[in-house]
Design a binder for this molecule. Structure first.
Ligand SMILES: [Zn+2]
Length: 215
């Protein structure tokens, strides 16, 4: 089966435009390997592409995307762990200097969690995946008088906090953070306006990246 026509067209446009401009860079990256400074952990959501948001060129971002941009806790057992494998490579091989957890508005994974949806398949993969968002015994509920939209946004942002917290359960992450070789960042993307908010970890507030850029 051929690829969908829009993908074929897109590839043609890539060859005519970006590849032509960046051919030398692609060759260099092929010969010398990648050396990105930053890993981004983002959501699978098609509206929230880290390479687009950060206007990144090939080789600049090492990107891991999953449902609701979640990082599990460090769990060295006999199971396969996709996020942990990507982290291991980014930190221990590529020696990235920054890890950015990128949350976003209108996140379907968070919405599924908030709405406590029924399993979508016998595996209930989304349900099990989102379950790691909460700690044992923790209760996540809408506050009285809290509008649903505010509740959802609070939980979307809490997902970024939880992922940052879980990142530090990985010994190889924690040791590099402590030595100053690695910095962890949180960010939140507003889909409608294309706005970016960056987590100020001291105040635990997300601040507009436009404000940060002008100060
Ligand atoms: Zn999402």
């Amino acid at each position: 089966m051929p690829l969908p026509e829009d993908l074929v067209e897109g590839y043609r446009a890539f060859r005519r435009g970006r590849l032509r401009r960046e051919q030398a860079r692609y060759r260099e990256l092929a010969d010398h390997g990648q050396a990105p400074d930053t890993m981004v952990i983002g959501c699978c959501d098609s509206r929230v592409s880290p390479e687009v948001i950060f206007d990144a060129r090939p080789g600049e971002l090492f990107v891991m995307r999953n449902i609701a941009n979640l990082v599990p806790v460090y769990q060295p057992d006999e199971n396969a762990h996709g996020v942990s494998a990507a982290l291991e490579y980014a930190v221990n091989v590529l020696h990235v200097k920054h890890i950015v957890v990128l949350g976003h508005a209108q996140c379907g994974g968070i919405r599924a969690f908030v709405d406590k949806i029924e399993p979508l398949s016998p595996g209930d993969f989304i349900g099990k995946w989102m379950a790691m968002f909460i700690k044992p015994g923790e209760v996540v509920e809408q506050r009285s008088h809290e509008p649903l939209q505010d509740f959802i946004e609070r939980i979307e942002k809490a997902g970024v906090f939880r992922s940052l917290e879980n990142l530090q359960t990985f010994p190889f992450v924690r040791s590099r953070v402590e030595s100053g070789e690695l910095q962890l960042h949180g960010a939140y993307f507003g889909v409608a306006e294309g706005s970016l908010f960056v987590l100020d970890r001291a105040t635990k507030e997300f601040k507009s990246a436009r404000e940060l850029a002008t100060t």
